[in-house]
Design a protein around this ligand. Structure first.
Ligand SMILES: Nc1ncnc2c1ncn2[C@@H]1O[C@H](COP(=O)(O)OP(=O)(O)OP(=O)(O)O)[C@@H](O)[C@H]1O
Length: 305
């Protein structure tokens, strides 16, 4: 029995079209399944919690949505051991699928899921603050990249441009605007509960499980999603003009040696910034915070390759 979690609204409404392709294939193959459609924010977490609580044993859960839906799904799973996860990416960024080299073609993805050759056990991260705790599958950031998520998620233009396959244009326009307006932060970091560091004029601090975020930007080209560590990328002490010239290098991961860019691995990272700043996890943005604690979760998620 397969449980499908479908976000019909992913990629600005394209998810439902992909679902019908998948459904036709499932019906023609006479596969037993139940499909749940998400209707609102955090609904996927609620559905997955109910599925996990409804019976014992390992459940086959298949996600059809973007990184945001995947985030909600992993947050609904109490124990990763109870789930085998299949993923049919239908979002606008699909950074998780890109990083895991999952097929873009939904029918190919479905066939892999129905006849799995192998599983991969991948890390996830956890972000804690005073009043919330969330897991993340791709990345969690504070500052500039999170502000772009906040503004993009609210953007009506994204929906319009997505219809014409120009969703990336929304990101470019918002990135340029936020590069001008996002304030720099002073940041105190505690790495692995022992090393303290202070930074001035920080634009963003992003902790990554995978290489990509923001729709294919290679923030941490050497991130290893199987090593039980976070890969952190931060920009500090750079002028906005220098950052503007640095941004295109992110596409190819060529920013790594540049002055003002710091990349390191750790198991835990405590971040305190001098003023509340936007925070995102997997592109979902809960609001502004000035303190977060990040860690790699002890258990790994089992995903069909
Ligand atoms: N029926 C729905 N209508 C509107 N929003 C929904 C619905 N179901 C889920 N959501 C919300 O949609 C948001 C985004 O979904 P998702 O990330 O899957 O797609 P995306 O934004 O197109 O892709 P990506 O994150 O890869 O760019 C999530 O925050 C989720 O809570």
């Amino acid at each position: 029995m397969y449980y499908f979690i479908v976000n019909p609204n992913s990629r600005s409404g394209n998810g439902i079209k992909i679902w019908y392709l998948v459904k036709n294939e499932l019906d023609s193959l006479e596969v037993q399944y139940t499909a749940y459609f998400t209707r609102h924010n955090l609904h996927a977490s609620e559905i997955v919690q109910e599925i996990c609580d409804s019976s014992s044993g390992v459940k086959n859960i298949v996600v059809l949505g973007g990184d945001g839906t995947m985030n909600e799904v992993i947050n609904g799973i109490r124990d990763y051991d109870d789930v085998i996860l299949g993923y049919i990416p239908s979002g606008s960024s699909n950074d998780l699928a890109r990083s895991l080299s999952l097929p873009k073609d939904p029918i190919k993805s479905l066939k892999n899921i129905l006849t799995p050759n192998r599983f991969q056990y991948v890390d996830t991260g956890c972000v804690n603050s005073n009043d919330f705790q969330r897991k993340f599958a791709v990345s969690c950031g504070i500052g500039f990249d999170a502000k772009i998520c906040v503004v993009t998620n609210r953007s009506k233009l994204k929906k319009v441009l997505n219809k014409f396959g120009l969703g990336k244009l929304t990101y470019i326009m918002i990135t340029l605007k936020e590069l001008i307006f996002t304030p720099f932060m002073d940041a105190e970091l505690i790495i692995d509960n022992k090393i303290s560091k202070s930074y001035k004029q920080v634009l963003f601090i992003t902790s990554m499980i995978h290489k990509y975020e923001g729709g294919g930007l290679k923030f941490t080209p050497d991130a290893n999603p199987y090593d039980g560590k976070l890969s952190v990328c931060m920009a500090h002490g750079l002028s906005r003009l220098k950052i503007l010239f640095m941004l295109p290098t992110l596409l190819f991961g060529k920013h790594t040696g540049l002055k003002g860019i710091e990349i390191f691995d750790c198991k835990t990272l405590d971040i305190t910034v001098d003023k509340p700043a936007s925070v995102h996890f997997d592109g979902e943005a809960p609001g502004e915070l000035n303190q977060i604690k990040l860690s790699c979760t002890p258990k790994q998620l089992r995903i069909i390759k």
